[in-house]
Design a protein around this ligand. Structure first.
Ligand SMILES: [Zn+2]
Length: 469
């Protein structure tokens, strides 16, 4: 099968140039001007459009369970596809009394195989740091799952990790090239503030932000950077949201330590005032870490531009607003009962383009880097995230002239709300190819379930760039 994309403007992290792209089967086979169309099965005219690598969302939750209810799963990954994301990387919790690799493989077999509509990879979340489990960490490299996450937040939950678990993971993982990722919030500080606020009757959704202020994130970020320094291992901080945590990352980065992080689109676009929306609507924005005041946004854009943060993810987590209401609204309930999450996988590229590229905050090159190229490198996906010969033909033909409005009506996430409801959208992925197959045409999903496949990651991802062993 041969496909030719004609006349588009190719975007990479370095360049922007008019060229054709020839795809043979699943791979990019040639890039050049006026490539001949002889023997080609399909020609896509990309005149006036950008041709960029498919998005890689390295932070999604399709398997998260809270109080017995599970988020929308891989059956809704067509939402990623129409949003221009061709690979998602799922956090899988290690199951009780089970190993790391078997927890991932069980989940894959039960809930992903034959269902996924985009390609996928996995991060394991270590929930049970027994000595046997620590010993298993280096084996993740060969199994193709070279990243492991720990939750410092969420005191009392089974997935909460202490400093000892972090130290053990860092030391066990570094020789094998496993990237240790952390959700950096001080669980005891959050617990103290939560109890205090509830005792004072401050139970509304706005107090979610008050219960986990920037200092909570800054403390945990500084602490894990010190832990990583002590054992000389790289560390990756997921969803960085505030100036104070950025200062810690920047200082370590400039000192030569292998410390990297990501942020999420909603921290760039929203501030904590939305948590105060009436009729419990603030619950739609309850996620952790919490949204911040506006003055944190410029430093986040700067951090993306300078590379202290190298990815913008969605932290997609699809709980219905109705479910949030059911658990968190009414007599005796509080912000602390609201399931956390920001369903947003579909509009990650649209939001970043509209409010980053179109406002001049982000160059098109940095856009490509943070939404695709860097996440591929962080996770060892060596054939994804770039428009070049030999790479997977995961390609977005992006129409910059499209105008629309984001919202639940056009959303395939399967959730009863969108955090981007009513917001203006400039540009959209018009055609999306997944390993050479067209899965989105004219902005509509045209692929089929099960088309996505597991992409195994290679160890020593880009967090190891400065690592000297
Ligand atoms: Zn998350």
């Amino acid at each position: 099968m041969k496909t030719l994309i004609k006349n588009g403007i190719i975007l990479t992290t370095e360049n922007e140039f008019k060229s054709d792209v020839l795809i043979i089967d699943e791979k990019i086979a040639a890039i050049g001007e006026n490539l001949p169309a002889d023997g080609v099965d399909r020609v896509i005219d990309a005149e006036g459009k950008y041709v960029m690598p498919g998005g890689i969302d390295q932070h999604v939750h399709y398997s998260f369970v809270y109080k017995g209810s599970r988020v929308r799963g891989f059956e809704t990954t067509n939402a990623a596809a129409v949003g221009g994301t061709t690979t998602v990387i799922e956090f899988v919790n290690q199951e009780k009394d089970r190993g790391l690799i078997e927890s991932i493989e069980d989940y894959k077999e039960k809930d992903v195989d034959g269902i996924a509509m985009v390609d996928y990879a996995f991060h394991i979340v270590m929930t049970d740091p027994r000595p046997e489990v620590i010993k298993e960490i280096p084996k993740l490299a060969e199994a193709g799952y070279p990243t492991l996450k720990l939750f410092l937040a969420y005191k009392g939950q089974f997935f909460h990790a202490d400093d000892e678990a972090v130290i053990n993971a860092l030391t066990a993982g570094k020789e094998a090239g496993i990237t240790i990722m952390v959700h950096a919030e001080n669980a005891d500080m959050v617990d103290y503030l939560t109890k205090k606020l509830i005792a004072e009757g401050k139970t509304g959704t706005y107090y979610h932000a008050v219960s986990r202020p920037p200092i909570v994130e800054a403390e945990a970020t500084r602490r894990v950077i010190y832990l990583a320094e002590m054992v000389n291992a790289p560390i990756y901080i997921v969803h960085v949201t505030c100036k104070e945590a950025l200062e810690e990352i920047k200082a370590a980065y400039q000192k030569g330590q292998s410390v990297y992080g990501e942020t999420c689109a909603h921290y760039l676009l929203f501030d904590e005032s939305v948590l105060d929306l009436p009729n419990f609507e603030g619950a739609k924005y309850v996620c952790s870490p919490a949204l911040r005041t506006k003055d944190h946004q410029e430093p986040l854009w700067e951090a993306i531009n300078k590379g202290w943060l190298n990815a913008v993810s969605s932290d997609h987590c699809g709980f219905d607003f109705e479910y949030q209401k059911h658990l968190g609204f009414g007599e005796g309930k509080s912000f602390a009962d609201v399931p956390n999450g920001a369903p947003s996988v579909q509009n990650r590229l649209n939001a970043l383009w509209t409010y980053g590229v179109c406002t001049g905050k982000l160059s098109k090159q940095r856009f490509v880097d943070v939404m695709s190229t860097s996440p591929a490198k962080v996770n060892g996906l060596t054939e994804k995230g770039h428009i070049a010969v030999g790479y997977d033909a995961d390609i977005v033909v992006f129409d910059p002239d499209y105008r629309g409005v984001m919202g639940v009506e056009s959303c395939l996430e399967g959730v009863d709300y969108s955090i981007y409801e009513g917001m203006e959208q400039k540009g959209r992925p018009e055609t999306v190819l997944l390993r050479g197959q067209v899965i989105v045409e004219n902005g509509q999903y045209v692929g089929k379930q099960g088309q996505g496949k597991l992409i195994k990651g290679k160890p020593f991802g880009s967090a190891y760039d400065k690592f000297k062993g």
